[in-house]
Design a protein around this ligand. Sequence first.
Ligand code: NI
Length: 188
Amino acid sequence: MALLSRAMDGRLRPIIRMGHPALRQRAVEAAPDRFGTRMLRDLGRDLVRTMHDGNGVGLAAPQIAVGLRAFAYYLPGDDADELPPRVLVNPKLTFLDEPTELGWEGCLSIPGLRGLVPRHGLIRVDARDVDGAPLSFEAAGFHARVIQHEYDHLDGILFVDRMTDMSSLTFEEEWDEFGTRKDLPVEV
Ligand code: NI
């Protein structure tokens, strides 16, 4: 809880939506001298605060029109599978299997819509935190999905670009009413 309340100190930033050109640009790496600066720390806090305010589990810097390779995410859940908010800067992904796991995704920049997206089920992540400390770990399943979704934002890619069957694209209300694959996780 301490982590979360500190994170809530951030500023609420407007989230841009699909159609805004900044969502389609490739973000640039944070330069080494940016680590530990007020700018990068504030960006991390703002991402976490804005993500929580939007009830999302991830938010990338380009979604608040900041062209840096950084994103926030967290994993909701009960104790064991919960992961507190975390900010990754300059992440590198290594895919450890084929992108064959289907799961529901949504996006704070595409409000109201969900679709089935194939993702890698197992990835390796090498990144830095806002102070430049290295963060290296493997992520699987929903955890891997959230990271791939957020990472795509850094390259100007949206989840709809990754869909291989557009017939699953659904409004949230209809998903709630008619969704037949609710067993699959949702990223919003
Ligand atoms: Ni998104």
